[in-house]
Design a protein around this ligand. Structure first.
Ligand SMILES: NC(=O)c1ccc[n+]([C@@H]2O[C@H](COP(=O)([O-])OP(=O)(O)OC[C@H]3O[C@@H](n4cnc5c(N)ncnc54)[C@H](O)[C@@H]3O)[C@@H](O)[C@H]2O)c1
Ligand SMILES: O=P(O)(O)OC[C@@H](O)[C@@H](O)[C@H](O)[C@H](O)CO
Length: 557
């Protein structure tokens, strides 16, 4: 019997849960409650089974996990394709575990918002257990040493994989973990690698470690994380060659591509849920800046492709529309999304949106200059170099993004969320396309002919000035590397005109752009566009309109 809390009163099943007035008897009878889709399986049985037979463990208990992977786990349970749900663990923002999982008895609401205003609400009960990496070491070890474990997945943002500073030196805590060995590991990377080692030493079949983060070669980032730790431990004699080989060669690191716009929780959805009588729906920001609530809101379209490389088997994802396929197809799909048909446009809307005072992506889609910017950038500059992955049509994907997904007025995504960590995203979102131009033998593929990609890169510099188009200071979105970026940029104020020499240290940085922008022939253009954008108040709008208005200027070339 599970103990639950309802309005601070401890009660027993099958009464009510803190999520509101849900009654487990209703779940068992498969009835809907005020139109909410309810779990149609025995929740307690799933919890008990998963406790004894953990198949799938996920790190990163944020919004995307609850909107997408956790719903896949629910579909597996509903369809009787699995008896196990998913266990989640936080390795960074442990406040989420208390506030989104434990205090809600591991029930969550997923609100799917459609462009016509329909909101489908579903109670998700497939997260059977939630853990904190700092406190639940024994349970994590038990899970990692279970023969049933097949997959460990991650949505921890690109920062989660970072072990080194910008000079490529290990961060002090990572260096400490390497020196002291697996027993004393205290960093996220160290603890994960120590757990993998526990599995190796238990003599169990290897499992798949799957990054579901939006970053270039997410599989490589995750593999490099454990390999760096294990390599250090091998060097210092903490582990054997056999241990090292298990972590680096036997565990697999399938590549993935994941897509589903999952914004921060929306006040309007909160109000709707409260109106239905649910308590505890308020949106909050954790001390580590994650914005969360007892519910998540997301859109309907979703894509998930994972390289089919699961040494101990995998949940029956292929029955749920997940594409399990070759690495090369996943790679092409990820590039299609991240470099061409979606994420570059996200960044364009994020940066221009912050400068022009927008707080909703869907409102930006009513701005003809911005719509022209992202349409021309994707269709003219990015698409010509896209490789069709064969399983998703890039043109259909792009047009769904432009025509339905961004304009969805009920999906409250914000330019401020999108602008988070931009310094880590430019290399993949734009650098890959610029490299492809540079390497293309086709004469018309000249990077010097580009307008819109350089305009967005220049917009990032203008964004870094920290003053909006009205001339008012605004809060930059969180970005872990912002200190170093500002050091390279130096102090630039609105109205300053800068030289190529002045911007060379930043614009030539392969770390930020993936290539030296001057080497591929766009650095000069970025500097010129920045000077246009930075002329003074309203110059952002004027420049945007100049290049993206109905009437286009003659190409400079
Ligand atoms: N939200 C989306 O639309 C979306 C869509 C596709 C992919 N993604 C991927 O999922 C990631 C998470 O998105 P979200 O919406 O869940 O964000 P979120 O802000 O709700 O949650 C962020 C998660 O990352 C963890 N995290 C942050 N920094 C970390 C660190 N240094 N070490 C370990 N863990 C850390 C947090 O603890 C939290 O679990 C994104 O960065 C992206 O790569 C998101
Ligand atoms: O999640 P991030 O921080 O990598 O990037 C922000 C958005 O571009 C991203 O979340 C998109 O909404 C997502 O890629 C849609 O699938």
């Amino acid at each position: 019997m599970v103990s639950l809390y309802f309005y601070d009163k401890k009660i027993k099943l099958p009464e009510c849960t803190r999520l509101g007035n849900f009654n487990y008897k209703i779940f068992a009878q498969n009835l809907s409650w005020k139109g909410y889709r309810l779990p149609q399986y025995d929740i307690q049985a799933a919890r008990d089974y998963t406790k004894a037979h953990p198949v799938w463990l996920h790190f990163g208990a944020g919004n995307l996990f609850r909107a997408f992977p956790a719903v896949l786990a629910q579909r597996l349970l509903t369809a009787r394709l699995s008896r196990a749900g998913v266990i989640c663990c936080e390795g960074y923002d442990e406040e989420l575990i208390d506030r989104c999982y434990r205090s809600c008895d591991h029930l969550s609401i997923v609100a799917t918002v459609y462009p016509n205003g329909t909101v489908n609400k579903e109670v998700v009960a497939s997260v059977t257990e939630s853990l904190k990496i700092s406190e639940d070491e024994d349970r994590l070890r038990q899970i990692f040493t279970s023969p049933d474990l097949q997959m460990v997945s991650f949505t921890i943002t690109e920062k989660g994989y970072v072990l080194r500073d910008d000079q490529r030196h290990f961060l002090p805590a990572v260096g400490q973990d390497i020196l002291q060995g697996p027993q004393a590991a205290s960093t996220f990377a160290g603890r994960i690698t120590a757990l993998c080692l526990a599995r190796a030493r238990a003599g169990l079949a290897p499992v798949a470690l799957v990054s579901l983060d939006n970053c270039q070669n997410n599989s490589h980032l995750l593999r490099r994380m454990t390999t760096d730790l294990a390599g250090g431990w091998l060097e210092h004699g903490h582990i054997t060659q056999e241990d090292f080989d298990y972590i680096t060669k036997k565990l697999t690191y399938p590549l993935s591509m994941i897509d589903k716009i999952t914004p921060h929780p929306d006040e309007r959805v909160c109000a709707m849920l409260q109106e239905d009588g649910l308590s505890g729906m308020e949106i909050f920001t954790t001390s580590k800046s994650t914005v969360a609530a007892a519910y998540v809101n997301s859109e309907r379209p979703q894509h998930l492709l994972i390289e089919n490389d699961f040494p101990n088997g995998h949940p029956a994802f292929e029955q749920l529309g997940v594409i399990l396929t070759s690495r090369s197809i996943v790679e092409k799909s990820a590039r299609m999304k991240a470099c061409t048909c979606m994420n570059p446009m996200d960044t364009a809307l994020g940066l221009f949106g912050c400068l022009l005072g927008y707080t909703r992506i869907c409102d930006e889609m009513q701005d003809p200059d911005l719509v022209n910017l992202i349409t021309r950038m994707s269709e003219r500059e990015a698409m010509p170099l896209v490789t069709d992955p064969g399983v998703i049509d890039p043109f259909a994907f792009l047009h769904e993004v432009l025509g339905e997904r961004y304009p969805n007025p009920f999906l409250q995504d914000t330019p401020q969320r999108i602008a988070t960590d931009t310094s880590r995203k430019l290399a993949i979102r734009f650098g890959e396309t610029l490299k492809a131009y540079y390497n293309s033998p086709v004469p018309m593929h000249r990077a010097t002919h580009l307008t819109y990609i350089p305009l967005v890169l220049a917009c990032w510099l203008r964004y870094l000035v920290g003053v909006d188009d009205e001339g008012q200071p605004f809060q930059l979105s969180p970005d872990a590397r912002i200190g170093n970026v500002h050091k390279l940029l130096g102090e630039v104020r609105l109205g300053d005109q800068v030289t190529e020499e002045r911007l060379y240290p930043l614009l030539s940085s392969t770390m930020y752009f993936g290539i030296n922008l001057f080497e591929v022939g766009v650095g000069e253009r970025v500097v010129a566009l920045f000077n246009e954008l930075n002329r003074g108040p309203h110059a952002v709008r004027e420049t945007l309109h100049k290049y993206c208005g109905e009437k286009e200027p003659e190409p400079a070339w």
